[in-house]
Design a protein. Structure first.
Length: 462
């Protein structure tokens, strides 16, 4: 009996019926995430557990048979972090969707990894509470996937990323043991921060089966400021003005002409008629302080070179603008394959980084659209090519590499929220250097000595 056949027999003997699937057509749909340019292999089987105990069984048996295991959330990732390797087990958490509890007094929630981000946010809102991390994929992405990549989002300029809200985790180690890490108290400093270590580890160190997250009270209604600019670099100067003024917006987003036009062509929203670039700012400070901050942001936009800037007086219009921002990526996908960057630079270097992106586009004759969480320096250049154009694909990859190099030269990082996965392994090695990369490898080897957990991701020593 082959190793895979033996594993399947063992899994079917220990798990309830229908947990294990081997249909080739079904498996094809689980082979990769949304990083279209990242390579992927063919999985041997799919397992969809419903409990931590079932998950532990899968991990333990994969370890015993030395079969690689790739954990997967909703597959909305953009770095290849959930891509299959040949002959692996895909471990999907789509059936683990329980919101175990919401505690309004302690302001925390306990959820299984398959809970969709927006579903948790809606459930918290019923208790007057709010879960801040809000990636653009929040209507579809899962909390487990968000934890695996340390996802960010529109409001993280003020409220931080997923790691800032994860208090505790239940996880399965590579040998099948189930552990609890972190805490459910407001404070706690006992031992190493192993909980924090797993956040952003992309399934390479352990398999997460339950998450305890910190919640905040529901916010006041936000005030929205909109500015139109003639170029992304000019908009970058306005971002710098906001930073210099000491403002802490709840959102500060950049959307360029390529994104505006793509959304218009798809949804007919009329966004690209009057602007080359939009900055969308939001303030959620209450009362007079919020009013004053919004007025200051308008002035910052103007000082930065806005063609026009104003506070929005129509909440529906303001929400539509932010909805358009979230639609930018799928709108561009309608034009052809999209290679998504995710660099982050110091906020003072945003104008220069945007100029370097435009230079890369010109040098390599490549269409690069720009959306950005501009308020925290997290830029998302979107490199678009024509389907089937291999030469354009090579030029796009060269532009991708130039952008990574530029971000590092400006004191930045190769990923702000999407994770390393497969696409950023070279960039990670370049960013952290050999000694620190050895530290990563030492942690990986200690927790996963047989390298069965999501092999080949994050760094190449797996």
């Amino acid at each position: 009996m082959t190793d895979i056949a033996s594993l399947i027999a063992a899994l079917n003997a220990e798990l309830p019926a229908e947990r294990v699937r081997t249909d080739p057509a079904l498996l094809a749909g689980y082979a990769h995430d949304e990083a279209e340019w990242a390579p992927h292999g063919k999985p041997a089987l799919l397992v969809r557990p419903r409990t931590a105990e079932e998950t532990a069984t899968v991990v333990r048996l994969c370890g015993r048979h030395r079969i690689p295991l790739v954990p997967r959330g909703a597959g909305t990732g953009l770095s290849g972090g959930a891509n299959a390797v040949d002959g692996c087990v895909m471990l999907s958490f789509e059936a683990m969707t329980d919101i175990v509890s919401i505690d309004p007094v302690e302001r925390l929630a306990v959820v299984q990894p398959g809970v969709v981000n927006d579903v948790l946010r809606a459930a918290c809102a019923e208790h007057g509470l709010w879960y801040p991390p809000d990636p653009a994929s929040s209507p579809w992405s899962t909390i487990g996937g968000n934890v695996a990549t340390n996802a960010g989002g529109v409001c993280c300029v003020k409220y931080g990323v997923t790691r800032d809200y994860v208090l505790g985790l239940q996880a399965v180690l590579a040998d099948g043991r189930v552990v609890r890490l972190g805490r459910s108290t407001a404070k706690g400093v006992a031992g190493y921060d192993l909980c924090g270590l797993l956040v952003g580890s992309e399934g390479t160190l352990a398999v997460i089966t339950e998450i305890t997250v910190r919640l905040l009270p529901t916010r006041p209604a936000e005030l929205t400021v909109v500015g139109a600019f003639d170029s992304v670099v000019t908009a970058g100067h306005a971002v710098h003005e906001v930073t210099k003024a000491g403002l802490v917006p709840s959102a500060l987003e950049l959307v360029d002409r390529h994104c505006l036009r793509a959304v218009d062509d798809w949804k007919n929203m009329g966004l690209s008629a009057d602007a080359q670039v939009l900055l969308l700012g939001r303030i959620d400070d209450p009362g007079a302080a919020g009013e004053a901050a919004a007025d200051t942001m308008v002035e910052c936009f103007r000082r930065g070179g806005a063609d026009w800037a104003a506070r929005s007086t129509d909440p529906e219009e303001a929400d539509a603008l932010f909805a358009a921002r979230r639609l930018a990526y799928p709108a561009l996908e309608r034009l052809g394959p999209v290679l998504t960057e995710d660099v982050c630079v110091p906020r003072a270097r945003v104008p220069e980084m945007l100029a370097r992106i435009e230079s890369a586009a010109a040098t390599h004759d490549t269409l690069i659209a720009n959306i950005a969480h501009a308020g925290d320096g997290n830029l998302h250049p979107l490199i678009v090519t024509r389907p089937g154009d291999d030469d354009a694909r090579r030029r796009a990859q060269a532009a991708f590499d130039d952008i990574i190099d530029a971000a590092l030269e400006l004191g930045g990082t190769v990923t702000g929220e999407h994770g390393v996965g497969l696409l950023k392994r070279r960039g990670l090695a370049q960013e952290v250097g050999g000694t620190v990369l050895d530290m990563h490898s030492a942690v990986k080897n200690a927790l996963d000595p047989d390298a069965i957990l999501n092999p080949g991701k994050v760094f190449s020593q797996d």
